[in-house]
Design a protein around this ligand. Structure first.
Ligand code: FAD
Ligand code: NA
Length: 383
């Protein structure tokens, strides 16, 4: 087929654009992806020996307070009543996260009221009050005081960045969440849940339309493929959701990212940690957290003598690694501005999604951004 639109990338941004254009405008849409599966980083699959759904690119929790996004996503899937909660192991003890009154009282072996806890944290944060913190370590102390910062964030942050927080810019954090109630729900959005039949079923339903063709294992920069940048740009409208620097062959420099390494293991116990996500805040534990996927779907019939865990390690990405979180240094921000200038000259190409805009986007933000791109930007490009 000769497509009316080429979408590069089958993540939530690309699939939302494809679905809208096919269904609402009757366009023939060709979606290409360099990976062997659809869905981008939200992709999940059943671990073959246990059937337990594993999120290959890290645990994905859906949550939103945007009615329009919720209305849209529920066309393709229902959601379970899963509510995300996280715990953290610190010096051999387990605490609820984010830091809340339960965490504080456990940590200080106390029975503080909300007012007393607030006063204590203010007092401890006073150590660096009125100073202008130059590094992330001082900023952390100034936000929540040294004891809580050092226990829950210092080692964790050092592992996330493979850098001593004293050598990280204060600008990485603007706040550290502390709740003065016992509420330990991780998200406070209006809508939250996990797709009942899994992420991949949801993503496949979005692409399930006679006008949508998905071509996997196809890199937009591979000139030996019939659909590639040189052959298509200027001929057919393109929505590009790959890395913005790669599109321009890194002409303005490489944008920096953090990546994650995942170590998956099947264990012959029915329950390894009793909860979906356990953080490890101590610096001498090499991973940042362990996910245990069965706990994302307590409603499912999973084996009671096996479980799947995934240890997560964090580091700076090199070219060829999966880019996960923008580092966003001053140099990155300057390069991004230069890339944005270059995009203006690319007639008929719309840059979107987390890689195409160099922005961390939650799923609901990627979908919301695609819906507004469809409304506001695409009409010009499609004519
Ligand atoms: P992506 O999903 O990255 O899709 C881009 C696609 O483009 C990829 O499939 C890629 O293969 C393809 N592509 C790139 N270059 C090319 C090329 N040259 N040719 C062909 N194809 C190409 N969000 C939440 O809401 N909740 C969470 O709990 C959550 N957890 C996350 C955990 C991790 C570790 C990460 C990294 C992200 C998490 N997210 C979460 C964010 C979520 O993954 C994103 O919102 C979503 O992936 C954005 O979709 P996208 O389409 O913009 O990008
Ligand atoms: Na996540």
């Amino acid at each position: 087929m000769t497509p009316d639109l080429v979408v590069v990338g089958s993540g939530f941004f690309g699939l939302t654009i494809a679905e809208r254009c096919a269904r609402e405008r009757g366009l023939k849409v060709l979606v290409i992806d360099q990976r062997s599966h659809i869905g981008g980083n939200a992709y999940s699959e059943a671990e073959p020996t246990t059937g337990i759904e594993v999120h290959r690119y890290g645990a994905h929790l859906f949550h939103t307070s945007v009615d329009r996004v919720w209305e849209y996503v529920t066309r393709f899937t229902t959601f379970t009543d899963y509510r995300h909660r996280v715990y953290s192991t610190v010096r051999g003890e387990v605490y609820p996260m984010p830091i809340n009154l339960g965490t504080i009282n456990q940590f200080f072996r106390a029975a503080y009221t909300p007012g007393q806890a607030r006063e204590l944290v203010r007092e401890q944060a006073g150590e660096l009050a009125g100073t202008d913190p130059e590094n992330l370590n001082d900023k952390g102390i100034q936000l929540i005081g040294r004891p809580l910062y050092e226990a829950f964030f210092k080692g964790y942050t050092a592992k996330q960045w493979q850098t001593d927080p004293k050598d990280l810019p204060a600008s990485i954090i603007s706040r550290l969440p502390v709740r003065y109630t016992y509420d330990n729900r991780y998200f406070n959005d209006t809508y939250e849940g996990l797709p009942t039949d899994g992420y991949t079923a949801w993503l496949e339903r979005m692409a399930d339309h006679p006008n949508i063709e998905v071509r996997l294992g196809t890199d937009f920069f591979d000139a030996s493929q019939p659909i590639n940048k040189a052959a298509v740009v200027g001929q057919v409208p393109v929505v590009y959701t790959g890395p913005i620097d790669r599109y321009f062959d890194y002409a303005e420099g490489e944008l920096s990212w953090r990546t994650l390494d995942f170590e998956q293991e099947v264990l012959d116990v029915g329950d390894f940690q009793g909860t979906p996500v356990m953080n490890y805040a101590d610096e001498d534990v090499p991973y940042t957290r362990i996910h245990e996927f069965r706990h994302f779907h307590p409603e499912r019939q999973y084996p009671d003598d096996a479980t799947v865990i995934m240890r997560e390690y964090s580091r700076f990405a090199r070219r060829g690694d999966e880019p996960y979180y923008p580092v966003n240094t001053a140099a990155d921000r300057e390069a991004l501005l230069r890339y944005r200038e270059l995009t203006k000259q690319e007639r008929g190409v719309v840059f979107g999604g987390r890689l195409g805009t160099y922005k961390y986007l939650d799923m609901h933000m990627a979908i919301g951004s695609a819906l507004s791109t469809y409304d506001n930007v695409l009409p010009d490009v499609l004519g």
